[in-house]
Design a binder for this molecule. Structure first.
Ligand code: TRP
Ligand code: SF4
Length: 333
């Protein structure tokens, strides 16, 4: 029987190249090898943004459109919305009971999120009970499908560790081997940094979105950091000290293109402005097909909604089987 993977993303609006290269591209590859379940984690969005739900519906669709455009194939993968699977909420209750409080308090990602929240003002600066439950809810997502593995970015690995601990503990307590202990699957591509050299993120305004137009992308790429010691075109450049632009070349260019850029830069035959103009065109070329597909789905939103309801149905079938087992194992009435 083929192995099953499950993964999700919070609906944070339109996705950027960090999401695409770091996670989605990996899903696209893996979907041919695994029985694949991908969902939009809209309950997880509420853990920090329960008071900002104006755009939630639209954000769910935007994330789905980005996935479909990037090549997640609804014919072979199951794409669904977390909150449409009520069994996840029920499993979350059972898992919450068996999870020691200090396991969630130790979660490093949660500690980071809490730190960010504390710097905010107002009611949302409190850490809610729901946010504390983030890793348990995430475990419910994964264990709901009794997944064997979870393809995620490195930042999520600590969560998966907790999931493995919770699965093991559930098995121990109820004297069963029902739940798999899911393994993380990491993507081996190099992480793409933001235009300013920091981590790419929507809130840092240093990102390139999958949905950006070619013009916007070209403009953004012109702001990418280069070799800071270089003032004039004829100065000899140091591609390895070129903080962002050359790194992007290595991600998007062919081996031959990268070696041309390197040698022209080192010999002072290539100015940074020209270099980045070419780079922008290169990135646009790589994304053209995805963007075309994205526009198609934007104009066929009913098709996107149909794909999600089909996925909801398939996911609920699997969830129904698992939750029936769990009730049996816990010996619920
Ligand atoms: N925490 C993940 C993120 O922020 C989203 C997520 C929720 C998830 N549940 C999951 C990822 C289950 C993998 C498996 O991106
Ligand atoms: Fe970077 Fe290109 Fe400028 Fe060299 S020429 S420093 S690779 S942007």
């Amino acid at each position: 029987m083929s192995q099953l993977i499950v993964s999700g993303m919070r609906p944070t609006g339109k996705l950027h190249l960090g999401h695409y290269l770091g996670v989605i591209q990996n899903w696209v590859k893996l979907q041919h090898k695994y029985d694949s379940y991908f969902f939009v984690a809209d309950w997880h969005a509420l853990t920090t943004k329960y008071d900002k739900t104006e755009n939630l519906k639209n954000d769910v669709l935007d994330v789905t459109i980005d996935w479909l455009a990037a090549g997640i194939d609804p014919e072979i993968s199951t794409i669904y919305v977390q909150s449409h699977i009520p069994e996840i909420a029920e499993l979350n209750v059972y898992l919450g009971m068996v999870t020691p409080q200090n396991w969630v308090e130790r979660d490093p990602t949660l500690k980071d999120m809490a730190k960010i929240l504390r710097t905010k003002e107002g009611q949302n600066s409190q850490i809610s009970y729901g946010l504390m439950g983030y890793p348990v809810l995430m475990s419910a997502d994964i264990m709901m499908m009794n997944a064997n593995a979870v393809p995620v970015g490195v930042d999520q690995v600590a969560h998966i560790e907790i999931t493995r601990d919770i699965a093991r503990r559930f098995n121990n307590i109820y004297n069963t081997e029902f739940f798999n202990e899911p393994q993380p699957i990491l993507n081996h591509c190099s992480l793409i940094c933001g235009l300013d050299g920091n981590k790419m993120g929507k809130s840092f305004q240093n990102d390139i979105k999958i949905s950006d137009t070619a013009e916007v992308t070209a403009k953004k790429v012109m702001t990418a950091i280069t070799d800071r010691s270089r003032m004039r075109k004829t100065d000899l450049g140091h591609p390895d000290d070129c903080e962002v632009a050359f790194k992007y070349w290595k991600i998007f260019g062919s081996e031959q293109e990268v070696s041309i850029v390197r040698s022209e830069c080192e010999k002072g035959e290539r100015g940074c402005a020209d270099c980045k103009r070419q780079l922008g065109a290169k990135i646009n070329e790589c994304l053209a097909q995805i963007r075309e597909k994205r526009v198609y789905y934007e104009n066929h939103i009913d098709e996107v909604k149909d794909i999600l309801s089909e996925g909801d149905k398939k996911a609920r079938k699997r969830a129904g089987e698992v939750i029936a087992q769990v009730r049996e194992l816990v010996r619920m009435y």
